[in-house]
Design a protein around this ligand. Sequence first.
Ligand code: SF4
Length: 353
Amino acid sequence: MSILASNSDSVRAASEAQSAQDDPPQAWKQQSWQQQMKSAIRDLATLGERLRIEVDIEATSGATAQFPVFVPLALLDRMEPENPSDPLLLQVLPVAGEDQSPEHFSVDPLEESAATLKPGLLQKYQGRVLMIATGACAVHCRYCFRRHFPYQESPTSMAQWQPAIDEIAADDSIEEVILSGGDPLTIVDAKLSDLVDALGEISHLKRLRIHTRLPIMIPARVTDGLIELLAQSRLQLIMVIHANHAKELDGSVADALERLATAGVMLLNQSVLLRGINDNSQALIKLSQRLLELRVLPYYLHQLDQVVGTSHFEVSPERGIELIKQMRAALPGYAVPRFVKELPGEPNKTVWA
Ligand code: SF4
């Protein structure tokens, strides 16, 4: 889940990132979303220092070598200093032993390699295909189900996307394309616009769905340019954001989501049930209430996918079902997400509650 770059690009990006991190603590608020990508924290020592918490760099070296720390300052700003149990911190904090998962955890538990039609194009369900548009993200979530995905094999330019676009154009049973990754909103507007336009030209496509954490991690990503490029598409637009805790949804996120909703983008949220973060009914109820305030419908609560490195986040399905019952007792039906598990080869997600 790293940003692919040549050696000289890496050296330049590292030096830009270093100088961006050296700026005064709140300077990121004046930065563009791309500068905020560059100024993100990329090592555990700095994360510990900024939050004034103890971190064990040696015990987590295996985990961070395999999946580096990446925390934008806009997210760091919402974390509570000196609180090692902060629910936003726990989502990004590597832990000792993360690289030693139980045997039934695998690198590809959803068997996505078997669902690949073309490089970067997956079909799991009828009528919909998923494009891995990029391997880059605005945050590295330790529980990510694609933390071992072979992004180096995925296309990253219009020329490289063309075989996938041709495959979609040749199959008129496909009505919806899901842009995923990585995070498709890490793609710069000009390139994203070319991709959205090319998909819009396929006459049997009706909907474009974008799976993204960027409006939450770096709300400045929701620029006028992005709104404009989305608004000009003839495709119906659905954006599935990803928030796990109400603390993620501060005022800057509210503004970004308001702009998207006003532009006519349908907003849904998916969460993952995570031990120590949102595995209690109060946290989940508050999350749903806050999403509704922001005109976002709670869509899915996912049971954790059993990916190597993530077992410390696992909550039992029975507990998840119980939590959904408690949510139903407290909220209107439309505010209760479906508790689901993705099982490879099934024609749809399995709904547990
Ligand atoms: S933003 Fe999504 S794809 Fe990226 S690390 Fe987080 S969960 Fe994984």
